[in-house]
Design a protein around this ligand. Sequence first.
Ligand code: XMP
Length: 561
Amino acid sequence: MATGKPEKTSDKSYRVTTSGDIEVSTYLEIAREIAGEQPVAATEAISGAEREAIIVIDFGSQYSLLIARRIRELQVYCELVTHETPWEKIGHLNPKGFILSGGPASVYQANAPLAPSYVYESNLPVLGICYGMQVITKQLGGLVESVINREYGHAILQTSDSDSPLFDELPSPSPVWMSHGDRIEEMPPGFKILAYTENSPIAVMGNDKHIFGLQFHPEVVHTPYGKTILKNFAYKICGCQGNWTMGNFISDSLEQIKVQVGNGRVINALSGGVDSSVVASLIHRAISDQLTCIFVNNGLLRRQEAERTLNIFQKNLGMNIVYIDASERFLKRLKGITDPETKRKVIGNEFIHLFEEEAGKLGKVDFLAQGTLYPDVIESTSSVSTASAKIKTHHNVGGLPSEMTLKLLEPLRYLFKDEVRQVGLELGLSDEMVWRQPFPGPGLAIRTIGEVTKEKLDILRSADWIVMDEIKKAKMYRQLWQSFAILTDVKSVGVMGDFRTYGYLIALRAVTSYDAMTADWARLPYDLLARISNRIVNEVPNVNRVVYDITSKPPSTIEWE
Ligand code: XMP
């Protein structure tokens, strides 16, 4: 049972799957399943005496991940676990408090998920949010009831106990954001009302054991002082110190990578994307020449991409890089293929064959480094199924042969994307590299509609270069999730000078997104669109028309294939 004492556990039972992330190295994800390996964690958060964490028990709210991000932004390490996670899996993190998330269930449903007993028996502070508050109420002897009018949206919070440390620096009244069906009718014994809204007489409750419930969501931006409440909980109530900084993360990771790898050898598929670049830099800093990166130029990269990546990692950082120019080989394999799924499979399989061939030439290798991030880890541990229909084959494009039994080294598996970027910057990677927009593994092949040929790729590369150049000049690159050109398979009639032309149609795609699961087309200024269009038809041979894609995802996807 919970003692609050750190306990070491070597059992990392996460089964990691890939998300819609962007690294070529994720093609190799399947290796884990074949090898039956559990991933090797390169860091177990902050080490030794400094270690502290807040644990979020995830009841499946769409905001659970956001809670963890908010706590991390406060420089307190935070992990999300399911309500079935035993203490042994989290004790070593030295929890200082628990947050019970919201969720879609009702506590009176059969099999409604509840908090594990250690949450209450540990005597650590607890903050229940929405469904989490109802869980506390049910488990500690209060009463939850459905309300006739479900409450969504803004409400005004009035504190009735302004002395509570939870409310330090919180103005009263202050706006909060509600989203709930059930509400508390009777608080558990020992609790008192700390704040109320017009429709929720018990909007915040608490007892003298530092167990609190909030009927609203402090983690969303619509609760402007939500972060103040979370900060008060973490620092004033749980007593956290705030030692989760990327500087600490780096120094800890370096130590742990050294210990784990020992004298072994590590390979990494370098793609030039953010995650694989940061992984490579971090591991290289820890074990220098014991790391070999394999960089495959599949001929489907953007203009100057291969040179740029080689320059940074080989020339500037002095890494061991095996560079393979396989452009011809990929083009040959893609000849005559027009079906998008077949393209993806062919490219994925070819990549794996090549990687395997090159890795085989290196002699004995012990570890495969991967840029798995925390959202990938959580997806597979969440109590709520995230299963969805297959829209496109992303990474599950083949497998590594069973002889390739490598241990996985995943030093970023506890980080969110924004934290990875910070690590990259602290490791000295350039802004340009760290803020690079995602680029898909199959590259320009899935932006060349129909058969992929060298001629078409060259046209697309020229148009893509102009898009990037203009977007950067307009200082919009970072605001956009992605911005790129697509070479359609359509030709249309135009006129240039006194001559009729019959040329390709280029489509522009620029989207804003938070995680690529949904996306909105970017409202680019007309002037910017005009400049891009003008330059493309003037500077790129065989193109005489440019259109802008104004569909969001769903119903479209970001890439065209
Ligand atoms: P879609 O087109 O499905 O893309 O809306 C979502 C995000 O994923 C990227 N993407 C890929 N990344 N391998 C990758 O590494 C792939 O096969 C792949 N397909 C799409 C896409 O660029 C967008 O960011």
